[in-house]
Design a protein around this ligand. Structure first.
Ligand code: C2G
Length: 154
């Protein structure tokens, strides 16, 4: 059975279960999984603001069990060269990209996997923002109530 290399691309900001499941399922298509992590500069090109800097996002992804190596994603155009250079058999992306990379079928298999529902970096950021914008008075009030409850239970 020929040795098969799989590649996928992404920002992987605030790494979460949706990212993990994508990588785990991508790995099932081959023996080696390469992940191209978008640089901060490329994310600016994508119009995507990230919370976690590239070096940290890359280090986290590199330490995911099913990931064999991490490369930089610094342009839209690098995919064909990557597929050739790494002798990629299968290109995998979440299906929010369905159809976008069909032109790569000339060079390797192209697979779009269903996104994991109910989790996204955007939603995580919104939840964080909601918590961080709770009025100070409400937080103080909450701690006062906790103190009262603690006394009641002592
Ligand atoms: N993903 C997923 N389920 C989620 C969230 C993300 O399966 N709930 C998948 C996406 O479909 C993508 C991968 O996880 O395949 C990484 O997601 P992002 O970090 O959002 O990647 P993106 O910014 O879409 O970058 O050249 C391609 C781009 O770099 C892709």
């Amino acid at each position: 059975m020929a040795y098969k290399t799989v590649i996928t691309y992404g920002t992987f900001d605030m790494f979460h279960i949706g990212h993990l499941k994508l990588l785990q399922r991508a790995k099932e298509y081959g023996d080696r999984l390469i992940v191209a992590v978008s640089t901060d500069e490329f994310n600016a090109q994508k119009g995507k603001k990230t919370l976690i800097p590239f070096e940290q996002r890359a280090e986290i992804v590199a330490n995911i069990k099913c990931v064999d190596s991490v490369i930089e994603e610094s342009s839209w155009e690098q995919k064909v060269d990557d597929i050739r250079n790494y002798k990629v058999s299968t290109f995998v992306m979440g299906n929010d990209w369905e159809g976008t990379f069909d032109h790569l079928r000339e060079f390797c298999d192209v697979v779009y996997l269903n996104r994991t529902q109910n989790i996204s970096t955007t939603d995580l950021k919104k939840s964080l923002t909601r918590i961080l914008t709770v009025p100070k008075e409400d937080i103080i009030k909450a701690f006062e109530v906790i103190e009262v409850l603690k006394n009641d239970f002592q």
